[in-house]
Design a protein around this ligand. Structure first.
Ligand code: GAP
Length: 452
């Protein structure tokens, strides 16, 4: 099994993603909009499963966490208080000849990488998207599309404390869209201008912040491993002091070994009391916390694990892709009547992330098989994301399900009509067992929870 996907294989991934309905170029029929992507029928399921797994792990399964879903549009003062108006910018240079723009920290010489033209002096380019609120643009209020979901959490700090009576340490989790007018988006869904974040703001007593930072770093790292990313394709990288964000005292990035090199999946930052203090100052609302034990009022410190949904989804998808030798003896039940492939393309997506969990495949389209196969399908779809497929040979259908990462295929054959048993095939081992239809749901649920 290749440990790292070669860059050359990205073309295969792009084509598989499009062909099987994972990811499409946005506005494709108009020639596409650069670096924006749409998730197709299978991609949306995969992405939902990633978000669901995150929500379960950081919100539902923890007593010290609650959730939130705040608005994308916020009061413009929020972004002054947060420091984004002043600091959220990248250094930009422009070529005087071809007028292409680059991040100055990404060009190596003083000449344009495209046409060797002369570059302008670097100037700071704010990454926030602006828009207008109200029907008349000229008199409308200028507002921003949020560049991070985090601020929606900070401005609701008092609301959540009052509504939930949570005591420190506790956190608030949120998943939602964020927008950045990136100068150099690219690498498929890795860097885009519209993306989704999964963020936690975890409020702690000052002095315990460093310990909590490390706890969250470990927890978040293990989450990626628990959902199937190979440990050797992940690493932790601590920020150098000069690369820390304006609000951070310390930050660790969880990076994935993408085909183009290491790239950030998630940053875990110690944001100190920067945000609550600033919002207190700018809004006039008191955002300190009253500690009943010590009878003190103070600004809590904040540990922030902040990950990208799109990047995580891409990493799970890339890490699971595999091409295996496909000897004829392993190629499904006999009699599928197709030319043998020499390579099996299989996605080993974790069973909790796979867009389709079970596929129900009648051995053929024979009329006698279909009613039973439909009955099995109706039974399973109540509990699992299930697909019914009766087109083409059984061997091809197995391959199609392997390619999209379906962990279990259930085949209904003529014997099923007599003994009410079906064949369950495991994607990874291609091991097959016969099981009574009546036990299918329980057995598959157990497999989903614990594997084989
Ligand atoms: N609230 C902190 C914050 O926003 P960040 O490191 O700028 O921190 C957090 O962003 C995560 O959001 C990143 O680790 C990455 O996964 C994702 N992200 C940031 N910019 C992105 C972009 N342009 N495209 C896709 N994902 C992005």
């Amino acid at each position: 099994m290749p440990r790292v996907l070669p860059l050359a294989d990205m073309d295969k991934i792009l084509s598989l993603s499009k062909r099987r309905g994972f990811i499409f170029q946005s506005s494709e029929i108009y020639g596409g909009l650069a670096s924006t992507w749409d998730y197709g029928p299978l991609g949306v399921e995969l992405k939902r499963n990633v978000k669901e797994a995150w929500w379960r792990s950081v919100v539902r399964d923890r007593d010290d966490m609650v959730g939130l879903d705040s608005a994308i549009l916020m009061h413009p003062r929020v972004w002054e208080a947060s420091g984004h108006v002043e600091n959220f910018s990248d250094p930009l240079v422009e070529c005087r000849s071809c007028h292409r723009r680059f991040r100055s920290d990404q060009v190596e010489s003083e000449r344009c990488p495209e046409c060797q033209g002369e570059l302008t002096e670097a100037r700071n380019f704010n990454l926030m998207f602006k828009t207008f609120m109200g029907p008349v643009e000229e008199t409308g209020q200028e507002i921003y599309l949020r560049p991070e979901t985090a601020q929606g959490i900070f401005v609701n700090f008092n609301n959540v404390v009052n509504a939930t009576r949570k005591k420190l340490p506790f956190g608030i989790g949120q998943i939602g869209k964020a927008f950045r007018n990136e100068i150099t988006p690219g690498n498929f869904t890795f860097r885009t201008r519209e993306f989704e974040q999964m963020e936690v703001e975890f409020f702690v007593k000052p002095g315990t912040d460093e310990e909590w930072l490390h706890r969250w770093v470990d927890t978040r790292f293990e989450w990626y491993v628990s959902l199937g990313i190979r440990r050797e394709n992940l690493r932790l990288r601590r920020h150098d002091p000069d690369e820390l964000a304006h609000y951070a005292k310390d930050t660790y990035d969880i990076e994935y070994r993408f085909p183009w090199g290491w790239g950030e999946l998630e940053g875990i930052a110690n944001r100190t009391d920067f945000d609550l203090r600033r919002h207190n100052e700018f809004s006039g609302e008191v955002l300190t916390y009253f500690d009943e034990e010590s009878k003190e009022h103070y600004f809590p410190y904040v540990i922030e694990p902040s990950g990208g949904v799109d990047r995580a989804t891409l990493a799970f998808w890339l890490d699971s892709y595999d091409e295996e030798p496909d000897p004829p003896s392993r190629n499904g039940p006999p009699g599928d009547g197709q030319a043998r492939q020499t390579v099996r393309v299989v996605s080993h997506l974790h069973r909790k992330l796979a867009p389709v969990t079970v596929a129900v495949l009648p051995l053929s389209r024979n009329e006698r098989l279909l009613p039973t196969a439909r009955r099995v399908y109706d039974l399973l779809r109540r509990s699992f994301n299930t697909q019914f497929d009766d087109a083409q040979s059984i061997g091809r259908r197995y391959r199609r399900q392997d390619e999209i990462g379906t962990p279990y295929c259930v085949t209904v054959d003529f014997e099923t009509l007599d003994d009410q048993q079906v064949t369950v095939r495991d994607r990874d081992t291609m091991y097959q067992v016969r099981l009574p239809i009546a036990e299918l749901t329980t057995v598959l649920q157990d497999k989903l929870e614990h594997g084989w």
